[in-house]
Write a protein that binds this ligand. Sequence first.
Ligand code: 3HC
Length: 391
Amino acid sequence: MGKVDDIVIVGVGAMGKGIAQVCLLAGYNVTLMDIEAKIIENAISYIEKGLNKLEKKGKLPEEMKSADILAKMKKTTNLIEAVQDADFVIEAIIEKLDAKRKVCSDIIDNSPDHCIFASNTSSIRITDIAEGCGKPENVIGMHFFNPAPLMRLIEIIAGEKSSKKAMNIGVEVGESLPCLRGDRYVPRVLKDNPGFIVNRVLAPGRIYSDYIYDLADEKGIPWEQVDADISDPAAPMSTLVLADFVGRDVSLHTAEYYRETLSSDFKPGKVLKRQVVEGKLGKKTGQGFYNWSKGRPEPDLSKKAGIVNQLVFKAIQANEGCRILEEGVCKSWKVIDEAILAGMNFPGPMKSATKNYRQMAELLEEYSEKLGKSYLKPVELLKSGKFIDME
Ligand code: 3HC
């Protein structure tokens, strides 16, 4: 197995800064690279604050001091310089295929032969990112969940040409990164596909939620009431707070990508498109569904709009879970539930589907008609309940 000492994080915005922090905590030499010096400075202050806090709480790895860890950190705005001695590069730049493909190619061309390129894309196929680069066997996916220091899941994804060695190194690095809340869960995604496991299973839910947002917008229903309706009571953040937290631009880019790669039924809704045009991207711009100027919003969820059927979301998710089992993305419905719990902190749909699959299939027939979206029709594995045997 190749030894990894030097890790470079390319793109140190919302996701990259958290990834950089956990790499430092694991003891690696870490270079922060971004084209904007201001973003690097923000990342450094986030990391310093986080490490100092851990030091005060006595939660740093044994015998380590915040200052010693920070001494292993370098920064640069020059990509080529950043990667010339790198063993492992994690890319967390904008969620656009062209940009990721170019960065992948530049890094593979300018780093040592053994260097692994890991993309933290949310949903783009790794095979597409690696296309045209000199060593696609060295390219893998490494999908973190936001915030990376607190969310346990890291999906390791094999592109069609990724080598076994690159995958093994990816898993080994992923498992070495500490999580501030519980143990890491680092599943292998066995087949490259848009969205991998968690985002893929949750993806078609956006067909229903975009329908709800547009309906609420037409009827002038306040977002808090929609949020009260749409949120899973078991989730740690309400759905609309989470949507703002992730970023409406990220949602739009992924919706467009799913529309191209999965089905035209993923066409983004009117509200989503308008939010992006108006720069209402959520936390990062201070306004999305909610205003973030005073920190994380705490919406009053006591009044419901009465326009959402919660079981439809679970049915859509369970159906997509069955679809990826059919495709061979993973082998067991338990992996799906475990990944969703580790990446989103709420329970996955599959266990409840083992009891409710018939009702879910009927509901999906009804809603696929109602919304005019054939992608929501139940797949064979759900209808027959045969997925239950795939433990
Ligand atoms: N370094 C050191 N300490 C940190 C830290 C850091 N980087 N970040 C947080 N902490 C500390 C905090 O200071 C706090 O310490 P305290 O208890 O002493 O005050 C402690 O860790 C807990 O932090 P929070 O108070 O912020 O934690 P919460 O209890 O509010 O939980 C949360 C935060 C875990 C983010 C929870 O709200 C949650 O689970 N939300 C859902 C997030 C989610 O769903 N993420 C996935 C999004 S989708 C995605 O990422 C996929 C992608 O493809 C788009």
